[in-house]
Design a protein around this ligand. Structure first.
Ligand SMILES: *Cc1c(COP(=O)(O)O)cnc(C)c1O
Length: 428
């Protein structure tokens, strides 16, 4: 599937025409869009709500819970983390039995980093990068502290001002001392995509494990976890998976290593026989040992209906749209924003770019505030100067991209941002 990009010089009309030809455009109607004038560039931080999620939650609340009561656990709730995990796995190239929908991304990463360090007891290094999401780095630091500071965190830096990482710089850190390599598949500021397969091979060549964080790629960028022999992943439920604010996250553990790794959290849902109520913990065989406690069924239900929709569309169609709208965004950026002092904060090569486009400006923080307060554009801001424009393949239209850039140009050329404070708020 390929798209003809709208001609930039032809303006909004060309964008609207591209929408009329877009084979996945009708999915936008399957989401609740309360105010169509809002340009929503933050689906990479909180995806929109699918209409079927509202209907499904209504059913879960009024039928499964209100009427079914505790019988719900025997009618599908108990299996929900594995069932929904398998559905997420379809988006990731993972066969059933390897993905669980559970806990938050941070908690899942903690479980997996602790497990990886335990599985490589003689090794001293965790390798990651300075582009990683800070929570991921904190989790690694915490795991190191829990094991008595026997390990060091080795971070590869970016050579091009936080855009990308040079593979050789990373490979130089992956040595026989490496216990685990922990990276975000798509980096949260620039949207740079790592070569998951090549890096996984490099890690395996020295006997190290890999953990990929798919928070910014699941539901936006295709991958083949099984074929690439990835060890473990974590990822987020509320970004491109559209599972709702604070949605349960997921984890994947390759079948081949499931019985070799142990969760640091020994809860009853990870016990061999939870309802035997044995006094002594024994891990469940396989993946289930990475569950801890009772799953949050209301939240999980929202993830399930959203993931069902993504599976209907399929990753190839989702990726094709994602590439088309990010390419169009960059073409508009070149034509309309460069002369206002913006620089591109994302790779130009679509092959190494996820579904958000970062644009950088020294006054980016103030511009972000002006866009939200006055222009009905919702991006987000990431230090020190990134305006992240998240383009959600199923909900962002070409016309929305056009309006967004037009309004950014208007705001900055009119100087609307100058009246906003540079002092950072608690939540950006
Ligand atoms: C969004 C994101 C998270 C979020 O973690 P939570 O535990 O859900 O707060 C973690 N890692 C990365 C790379 C992210 O992008």
């Amino acid at each position: 599937m390929s798209y003809n990009l709208p001609a930039v010089a032809a303006g909004l009309v060309a964008a609207q025409q591209a929408d009329s030809l877009d084979p996945v455009a009708h999915y936008r109607d399957q989401f609740v869009i309360v105010d169509p004038n809002i340009v929503y560039f933050d689906g990479n931080s909180l995806g929109r709500m699918p209409k079927q999620t509202a209907a499904h939650l209504h059913h879960v609340i009024h039928t499964e819970w209100s009427d079914g009561l505790i019988r719900g656990w025997g009618r599908g709730w108990y299996e929900a983390p594995a069932r929904i995990g398998d559905k997420i796995g379809q988006l990731l190239g993972a066969a059933p039995g390897q993905v669980l929908a559970c806990d938050s991304t941070s908690v899942n990463l903690y479980k997996l980093v602790m497990a990886a360090l335990q599985a490589r007891p003689d090794r001293t290094d965790i390798v990651s990068d300075a582009l990683n999401f800070p929570s991921d780095l904190y989790i690694m630091q915490g795991a190191i502290a829990h094991y008595g500071n026997r390990h060091q965190l080795r971070l590869v830096a970016s050579r091009d001002n936080e855009l990308t990482v040079t593979p050789d710089d990373l490979y130089a850190l992956i040595t026989p001392q490496t216990a685990v390599v922990v990276l975000s598949h798509v980096t949260f500021k620039s949207g740079f995509i790592y070569d998951m397969q090549a890096i996984t091979q490099k890690a395996h060549a020295v006997g190290a494990l890999v953990i990929w964080d798919l928070s910014h790629s699941a539901g936006a960028v295709p991958m083949a976890l099984d074929a690439w022999q990835v060890d473990m992943v974590v990822g987020c439920g509320y970004k491109f998976l559209n599972g709702g604010p604070g949605a349960p996250a997921f984890l994947y553990i390759n079948k081949s290593i499931q019985d070799q790794v142990e969760s640091p959290i020994w809860g009853w849902f990870g016990q061999k026989a939870p309802f035997a109520f044995d006094l002594q913990y024994e891990p469940a065989p396989g993946l289930a040992r990475f569950l801890a406690g009772t799953p949050p069924m209301l939240s999980l239900s929202a993830v399930e209906s959203a993931v069902d929709m993504l599976n209907q569309v399929g990753m190839p169609a989702i990726r094709a749209k994602s590439v088309a709208i990010t390419e169009y965004m960059i073409a508009l950026f070149d034509a309309h924003l460069v002369d206002l002092g913006f620089t591109l904060g994302s790779p130009r090569d679509a092959g190494i770019r996820g579904s958000h486009v970062s644009i950088r400006h020294p006054l980016g923080y103030q511009i972000n505030q002006a866009l939200i307060a006055e222009m009905q554009v919702i991006p987000d801001f990431r230090e020190p100067d990134n305006l992240r424009l998240g383009l959600s393949p199923l909900t962002t239209s070409f016309a929305e991209v056009w309006h967004g850039v037009d309004r950014i140009r208007h705001a900055v050329s009119q100087g609307l941002h100058h009246k906003y404070p540079a002092t950072r708020a608690a939540v950006t």
